[in-house]
Design a protein around this ligand. Sequence first.
Ligand code: IPE
Ligand code: IPE
Ligand code: MG
Length: 254
Amino acid sequence: MRLPLRDYFRKKNTDKSTASDQLPRHIAIVMDGNGRWAKQRGLPRTAGHHAGMVALRRTIRYADELGIQVLTVYAFSTENWKRPRLEVDFLMRLPSEFLKTDLAELKEKNVRVTVIGDREGLPHHTRDSVHKAEQETAGNTGMVLNFALNYGSRAELLHAIRNIVEKVSSGSLDSGDIDETTISNHLFTASLPDPDLLIRPSGEYRLSNFLLWQLAYAELWFSDVYWPDFDKVHLLEAIEAYQRRDRRYGGIKL
Ligand code: IPE
Ligand code: IPE
Ligand code: MG
């Protein structure tokens, strides 16, 4: 099952049919289940988060090899501050730990790193390391690796609405001109296409405040696998399920 999909993609890519029709352009992942993975093994939750980072590293490699254009990963939600201080501190150190070891490879692969979420709420060291990665990869033209960090969809919508209202008050935007595109353009994801496929592992069937607007017509794929065990086989399974879906967007197939 593994190689055929990649061969299929490559083959499609070289003939006249559009590979983008077959492959999701943008995949969003809720990296969930780290804590339960650790608990199952009698390890501290932080060990689960570390293993989750390893799973992220291999998922980035597979997504890049397959030719995925955008990979958005939910790393920390606006609600995750409710967790114990030590766990939050560990999670806030993970981006720099990850980038310290992986930024060179990402650059070599022409990957562009971006971040969505409320940066102001992040500790300085976290903000600085993701900012450095964004700056150093800003000119890259390959896969976009988009980290949702201190991200909450409702906070994002609120932020967008405030910005729009400010523009209307200052006269730079006419309220009659506000449409769906105006809203999309004021979200943190303004420069990105909407996700085609949402992957949520760990047996939870909810969005947990992730990309509520952007996922309006995404195909959803759930699995019981905990994120640290997520591997190529799961990614391919999700993409193959996606390829079997009939995306109608409210219309009908004639
Ligand atoms: C996802 O794993 C990582 C973050 C939310 C940061 P969890 O830590 O939520 O793991 P579970 O859901 O408790 O197993
Ligand atoms: C969602 O997972 C957030 C991230 C994976 C970063 P949570 O574990 O926080 O979600 P809930 O609490 O199960 O909804
Ligand atoms: Mg969880």
